[in-house]
Design a protein around this ligand. Sequence first.
Ligand code: GDG
Length: 484
Amino acid sequence: MSKTIIISNRLPLQLKIHDNTIETVPSVGGLATGMKSVHSQSDSLWIGWSGLTEEEFNLDLKTQVNAALKKHQCVGVPLTEDDIEGFYYGFSNNTLWPLFHYFMEYTEFEKSTWETYKMVNQKFADVVLQHIEDGDTVWVHDYQLLLLPDLIRKKKPDTSIGFFLHIPFPSYEVFRTIPCREDLLKGMLGADLIGFHTYDYERHFLSAVQRILGHEINFNNIHLDNRMVKVDSFPMGIDYDKFHNAAKTHDQKSNKEQTEIQQEINKHLKEGSNQAKLILSIDRLDYTKGIANRLRAFEYFLDKYPQFKGKARLVMLAVPSRANVPQYQKLKNEIDQLVGRINGKFAEVSWTPIWYFYRSMPFENLIDLYTSSEVALLTPIRDGMNLVAKEYIASRVDKKGVLILSEMTGASNEMGEALIINPNNFEEIADTLKFALEMPEEEQIKRNNALQKRLKRYNVEKWASDFFEALEATKNDTKKYILK
Ligand code: GDG
């Protein structure tokens, strides 16, 4: 029976060694959260890196590693420390990530990391080719594996291959600056269908293909010598019911059943004069997420509208990410300093303006935060989609709550009822915060009603099935194209 093979840099679970035994922890991040729902509901195989390098485990542990992966229908790609350094920290996160998010000043081009990137994409291809059978469908994910579609196509020309990019595709003027631009595009064009979150990213890609490779393009079809590649936008949804139902159950919990964080939140909110409304933000600690901007805008807001001192509090969860990359270490220091300075400047005995958590939290705690916060303030400078915005709305069971969202996120295209801001405009963010904190409940419900209906309909399942349907249709069109 034919199967689907999902391929991404990281598997949905990460392996760790504790007391000479293998432990599994769920992967955090947009791709993992979204695709996990798809994987658990289908008969698919997921190929990716387990989180352990080849140097980290010996032969004794190998059986345990394989068993842990097999249990979750996963297969590991063996990577060494040098592979991770050059491929993941190097070319993926020092070159592609900043470039695709328009951070030209952080983008480094190094021949050695490019060589490792090519070699590791080949390692992924080797593992895929060991598991692929006639009739299988392959779905490759994200910027770490841009060369993989073509590597698979070369060995298995008839396979149905889809590729989805989870981050923005930059404009031609930015993309053209990368020396290996032709190889990257050719790698992606190994797929039958290439998907992006938004029409803008799709347009940028088509323009790069036309201008750099000179292929003929007809609407969103790219004509190659012997094949046709289709390009389209598929805005990723979330597992709406999972968040909505978890929030519902959460609201019904007795005091004793509540998590420690929820009890703390309740305690603070009930303290006499301390009726502070919570303004939530959740992101990986990443310079694209506009965390420093958000803090500066919040400081500006408290300066401009001092009546909110003691009445509003920013709850900021920053999840550690790519801590080996110098830009991320610098950002962590900047944020630590900003939080310290702002708390020092405004704090009162019974009120601290910012609660800052630098860690990853279990799912139940995310739900605690989503359900307890009157406002969500998400200010990315660039973001492919931003699933947190969607998860916040899905978790508002009583439909109250206000979402403030950066216009630089893919999600802002579909969430017009949110309050949309420019993340560089502190004046606008401060005024919007005031507006949000004072918004009548009736209006909040009206806006969220529309948002929830849309999110429920275009959930992650629909996203995946739309993609698969389009992939199948493309494959059939391609057959006709070859016959002509
Ligand atoms: C990339 C693109 C695109 C966060 N903290 C914790 C935690 N999370 C989960 C959230 C959410 C996910 O991580 C973050 O998703 P985002 O979409 O906001 O951002 P990225 O990780 O940058 O994802 C992005 C996405 O891919 C999908 O295509 O939207 O633009 O950059 O699901 O809930 N989960 C847990 N603990 C945490 O502390 N359990």
